[in-house]
Design a protein around this ligand. Structure first.
Ligand SMILES: Nc1nc2c(ncn2[C@@H]2O[C@H](COP(=O)(O)OP(=O)(O)OP(=O)(O)O)[C@@H](O)[C@H]2O)c(=O)[nH]1
Ligand SMILES: [K+]
Ligand SMILES: [Mg+2]
Length: 417
């Protein structure tokens, strides 16, 4: 049981008699104020500000049985100012007290939800502040640049400000522009690691889409019949491939039809394929035509099916498989592994992984681009673009730029001494 806030230590002391030394576990008997023993267990205290929330915190380790928990909760609730925490309230207080920033809080949420090794690694990278450091470093660079530009504006006639500072600043800003843009390019993969690679099985009716889904799931997820138009709803399963989350979708067979339910199924199939990272375009070897999915964003692999009953036509397909015999399924798995490895190549896991990150990074990059390229605009306007770029970065971590501009000017130059 974790208790945080100004009354945490008072309440804990009342329950366990005497408090242990900060951050040292001690075995205590936990009693109600009527003297009834609730349980015996280890007690730890973390006086403010050296705690997770930044407030006074206590941990009472109890046996997890329902009645024990209920008894301690009931006793705690009777203390003045003590109540049940709301969802995420400990992290929220940590954020408010400057113990974590927004990216770290999001990382913690992702870490708790992580199911695959790569999701875990990405989340750890975020909770450990790797990304925050990067953004704060960039925001500092922008603030410094702006300070230098404003110094040139304000004190252009004074000797203390070296000339052509501007050139140096803009060269650095152009460099930052490309760093930011490289980082933003990693957002696609960051989102894939966090949310899973979307692999959509699509193609003509009876191509064997649902059979492939079942073979990869190793269970009968989808209905399989020899009737064309069996699958209507979009089905999905989650796979873990080399530590990466992969979401595999089975969809309705694509064809012209007047059947109302099937039409709706096809509409959904196309929508799902449009959002895919990878489309496995299935066609029965030599029997059904391959849908080419031209204009779709996902990478398309042409898969020939039922290789057990048709001669393999090398050249027409990227891969031929048989869900019945299992031929080609190892290769299909390897194809996905290779794709993931290719996407991850040369990328660290300090990647933006949420739409919120992506949007603000894009905003920042756009402002920076305006600042760098508006060569004919006044320096004041270009400086304002730099401010906006830093502001967007500050909003990612939640530590929006405070007005430390003058500090920077005076620390770098000896103006007005
Ligand atoms: N011989 C052979 N038959 C297969 C194979 N895969 C699927 N089939 C058969 O082909 C028929 C259609 O399979 P499904 O998996 O339902 O095909 P689908 O693409 O999901 O079809 P719709 O949902 O109707 O679009 C069934 O009779 C399957 O048993 C295979 O690898 N070899
Ligand atoms: K079918
Ligand atoms: Mg099907």
């Amino acid at each position: 049981m974790r208790i945080s806030g100004p009354e945490a230590l008072v309440a804990t002391k009342t329950l366990v008699g005497s408090l242990p030394k900060p951050r040292q576990a001690a075995l205590k008997t936990i009693r109600t104020r009527n003297g009834l023993v609730v349980d015996r267990g280890l007690v730890l205290i973390f006086p403010a500000p050296a705690s997770f929330t930044g407030e006074d915190c206590a941990e009472i380790h109890i046996h997890g049985g329902k009645a024990v928990v209920a008894a301690l909760l009931k006793e705690l609730a009777s203390f003045q100012g003590c109540r049940m925490a709301e969802h995420g309230e400990f992290s929220r207080r940590a954020l408010e007290n400057g113990k974590m920033d927004l990216v770290e809080v999001e990382g913690l949420a992702d870490l708790i939800a992580a199911e695959t090794e790569m999701q875990r690694r990405l989340a750890v990278e975020h909770t450990a502040g790797g990304l925050s450091e990067l953004y704060e470093g960039w925001a500092d660079r922008l603030t410094r640049a702006r300070a230098l530009i404003e110094a040139e504006l304000d004190f252009a006639d004074e000797d203390d400000v070296p000339g052509s500072v501007s050139d140096m600043v803009w060269a650095d800003m152009a460099k930052l522009q490309s760093e930011l843009s490289d980082h933003l390019a990693g957002a696609d993969f960051g989102e894939i690691v966090r949310d899973g690679l979307k692999v959509v099985i699509a193609g003509a009716p009876n191509a064997g889409k649902s059979s492939l889904m079942n073979a990869l799931a190793r269970r009968e997820v989808a209905i399989v019949t020899d009737i064309a138009g069996t699958t209507r709803d979009v089905l999905h399963i989650d796979l873990n491939i080399e530590g990466y989350a992969v979401r595999l979708y089975d969809t309705a067979g694509l064809r012209d039809t007047d059947e109302v339910i099937e039409r709706e199924g096809i509409k959904r199939a196309l929508k799902t394929a449009a959002e895919a990272d990878i489309i496995l375009s299935l066609a029965e070897i030599g029997v059904t035509a391959q849908t080419d999915f031209a204009g779709f964003n996902g990478k398309v692999f042409r898969i020939g099916t039922k290789s057990d009953i048709h001669p393999i036509e090398a050249g027409s397909y990227d891969l031929c498989i048989s869900s019945t015999t299992g031929t080609g399924l190892t290769e299909l798995h390897q194809l996905l592994v290779n794709d993931l490895l290719m996407r991850s190549a040369a990328l660290s896991l300090a990647l933006p992984s949420r739409l919120r990150h992506r949007t603000l990074l894009a905003d920042s990059l756009e402002s920076l681009g305006c600042a760098v390229s508006s060569v004919s605009a006044g320096l004041d306007i270009r400086a304002e673009f730099l401010r906006q770029a830093a502001h967007s970065l500050g909003r990612i971590t939640g530590r929006v730029d405070v007005e430390d501009l003058l500090d920077v000017i005076f620390s770098e130059f000896c103006i007005g001494k």
